[in-house]
Design a protein around this ligand. Structure first.
Ligand SMILES: Nc1nc2c(ncn2[C@@H]2O[C@H](COP(=O)(O)OP(=O)(O)OP(=O)(O)O)[C@@H](O)[C@H]2O)c(=O)[nH]1
Ligand SMILES: [Mg+2]
Length: 667
């Protein structure tokens, strides 16, 4: 690969709703720029970007891929991101180092849920944007209708800078409204050009004057002003194409070169970090682990040069890190290079301690960029080894996959003792487990997690238990009288005694408590631990020869169980707080679905952008599949977050059903 300075590097992320054509657009761009002799297709599973077997199987991207294109005198690093919402973590990685974005819209589907979500993400990251209207070769596509809906959704600053020449199967060229030698006789050309000139003129005082006075504005002047407007995000140009037929793709690469900020003009990750020096600062935005290739850390250089066989300072880990071989990545292909210059993107092999979100710099000039904010896991599954031989490697392989994908999370529920893998949806979890099997040979099964119910009592009650056995030799004897009282939620368990006159000798009282604790851990009615009650040992009796600690433990355990059974036992269930963001039109459906899940709606807050946040509380047992349920209720238009809030009584009408089911499960 030729050497490029940071002025000639463009780092552009491709964003869209799933299936709008980002991967094929990247493939065409690589092909047209000479980086590929044969164009891969999604159905053949041989595109440069979608190289992981899980991507090929599902015919959809699951991770961010680098597709560097040498275009004329520039290097355009395309980052092809996945559109499916389960893989939003990879989009966040890509956004963290991109200097601009191309939002791809399918002309046959128009603006979709994912298009709106991606637009918002690009806005939040303050990225200059293009909108690329793709698939214009398809039947029944109408460019003007797509533009109207783009303008309606995203505003008047979205303006076509190109129009299609010909429609559907006859769409042969993207006509650039600001270029000479275009077929300006094409229908709509003059009108579209006039509109564009007006939009550009509005962004520049001198041009506004000229425009109002009817003076001629040269294409060159317009281009300069358009570039400034794109970089300041006051204009979002709309471009046209058919990625599949490679129409409009070279025009897109030209426009990226001419209008998008170079890596030297782009914003720096953290506004409070000064990096305009020759000293190295670079950000690790993605990590992959592979048993054959080893660990690869993807890096974007912000200042200075990152060299192969050097030593760098990792501020977050407070460690020197050895940099071995550096690569420029083209999909999965690694091209060894001696260095990465300011603004460029590549990967470093086998760094020992460095993780995604770390900054590599030099110790004398230490830099730490702000971390990537990954979405919180909202879908949890209990994971367990398929066979005994998978047992040893389950945790290490899960840890490796979590290091690779920070939108996954591994935890253990101390109440149910289950190992939980959290992610952004069922497909995210399933593909992560498939990846583990492929990469590390460990087979992991998953199921919906157990709900960590708890038991408590509704009333006070008393019970006594006499443990007595006579079997030759000396016998066994202990007699225990207990009283149980309910405590407020979250109080746990208290044990006291008010034994008088030594009816239970002091040395046996800890044994009674131990017996109660045993019953508490094992549960009385459901097998779940008992909480929020006070036990008082108020009386009992003993035998000078036959009594022992173990006898009082047994008597304590039985007396406790009998007491609980008489004290109106109740089951407690975890209740989650949930915030669901949906388009205003979907609120009715989402609320009625939540009502069917025993939810309490706490309130609704309109965001003012056509979406509303619904705040609710609902039992965890009803929300185990919520990522799937919300997707089907809103056709993917909703997002949500949830966390544990408190424990609440299981309603009486569900109590017996649940207890029966629990007893069935345990036999
Ligand atoms: N007719 C037509 N089909 C296209 C065009 N571009 C892409 N496709 C097809 O659309 C489907 C999806 O294309 P992809 O490139 O995988 O879309 P994507 O945006 O990368 O999808 P995700 O990775 O799932 O987000 C594939 O079958 C492509 O062949 C186009 O310009 N015209
Ligand atoms: Mg793709």
């Amino acid at each position: 690969m030729a050497d490029f300075s940071s002025d000639s590097i463009r780092n552009v992320v491709f964003l869209s709703h799933s299936s709008a054509g980002k991967t094929i657009l990247s493939e065409s761009a690589l092909h047209l720029s000479g980086g590929l002799t044969r164009l891969g297709t999604i159905s053949d599973g041989n595109t440069t970007s979608d190289h992981e077997p899980e991507e090929i199987k599902r015919q959809s991207s699951m991770q961010a891929s680098l597709i560097p294109c040498e275009w004329k005198s520039n290097k355009i690093n395309i980052i092809d991101s996945p559109g499916y919402s389960d893989f939003r973590g990879e989009v966040m990685s890509a956004l963290s180092i991109a200097d601009s974005s191309v939002l791809v819209v399918s002309a046959s589907s128009g603006v979709e849920v994912g298009t709106i979500q991606m637009w918002k993400l690009a806005e939040e990251n303050q990225l200059p944007q293009f909108i690329f209207v793709n698939k214009l070769d398809r039947e029944n596509t109408d460019f003007n209708a797509v533009v109207d809906s783009i303008v309606e959704k995203f505003g008047r600053n979205c303006v076509p800078i190109q129009i299609p020449n010909g429609i559907e199967g006859d769409f042969t060229k993207a006509l650039n409204l600001l270029k000479e030698n275009q077929d300006s006789s094409a229908e709509d050309f003059a009108g579209a050009k006039e509109k564009l000139i007006e939009s550009i003129a509005e962004t520049d005082d001198d041009l506004t004057l000229k425009y109002l006075e009817g003076e001629e504005i040269s294409n060159n002047e317009l281009l300069q002003a358009l570039r400034a407007a794109v970089i300041s995000r006051s204009i979002v140009p709309i471009l046209v194409g058919s990625a599949l037929n490679e129409v409009g793709v070279s025009e897109l690469l030209d426009s990226i070169s001419e209008l998008m900020p170079s890596s030297s003009e782009a914003k720096i990750r953290s506004s409070d970090v000064e990096t305009k020096t020759d000293s190295l600062s670079s950000f690790v935005f993605k990590t992959t682990a592979d048993p054959f290739v080893g660990k690869l850390s993807y890096v974007r250089v912000y200042s200075g040069v990152l060299s192969s066989d050097s030593s760098v300072w990792n501020a977050k880990q407070s460690k020197n890190e050895r940099v071995g071989q550096i690569y420029v990545m083209v999909g999965k292909e690694q091209k060894p290079v001696s260095q990465l210059v300011t603004g460029d993107i590549g990967a470093v092999a086998k760094m020992a301690d460095t993780q995604t979100g770390d900054t590599l710099s030099v110790k004398e000039n230490s830099v730490q960029f702000e971390d990537i904010s990954f979405p919180d896991p909202i879908h949890k599954m209990a994971v367990f080894p398929k066979t005994k031989s998978d047992l040893d490697k389950i945790t290490s392989s899960l840890n490796k996959i979590v290091e690779e994908d920070p939108s996954l999370n591994l935890s253990r529920n101390n109440d149910t003792l289950e190992l939980l893998l959290g992610g952004l949806g069922d497909v995210h979890i399933d593909t992560s487990l498939e990846k583990i099997k492929r990469k590390f040979g460990v087979e992991i099964d998953s199921k919906f997690p157990k709900v960590a119910y708890k038991e408590t009592v509704g009333n006070s009650a008393k019970a006594e238990y006499r443990h007595k056995k006579q079997s030759g030799g000396h016998g066994q004897f202990a007699h225990v009288c207990l009283e149980i009282e309910p405590l407020t939620r979250g109080s746990g368990f208290e044990f006291t005694d008010r034994v008088v006159g030594g009816s239970v000798p002091k040395e046996y009282i800890p044994s009674v408590e131990k017996g109660c604790n045993k019953a508490i851990d094992n549960g009385v009615i459901s097998g779940f631990p008992v909480v929020d009650l006070k036990v008082t040992l108020y009386d009992g009796s003993f035998h000078p020869v036959d009594s022992s600690g173990i006898c009082f433990e047994i008597a304590g355990e039985h007396a406790f169980s009998d007491c609980v059974k008489q004290a109106n036992p109740v089951l407690l269930e975890p209740v989650m707080k949930i915030a669901v963001t949906v388009p205003d039109l979907d609120t009715g459906d989402v609320i009625s679905d939540l009502n069917g899940k025993r939810a309490k709606i706490l309130g609704m807050e309109p965001n003012g952008d056509g979406t509303t946040v619904i705040n609710a509380e609902a039992p965890q047992a009803e929300l185990l599949r919520y990522s799937m349920d919300l997707r089907s209720v809103t056709q993917g238009r909703g997002i949500f977050s949830m966390q544990f809030d408190h424990y609440e009584d299981v309603p009486a009408h569900l109590f017996q059903k649940l207890v029966d089911q629990m007893n069935e499960d345990s036999t």
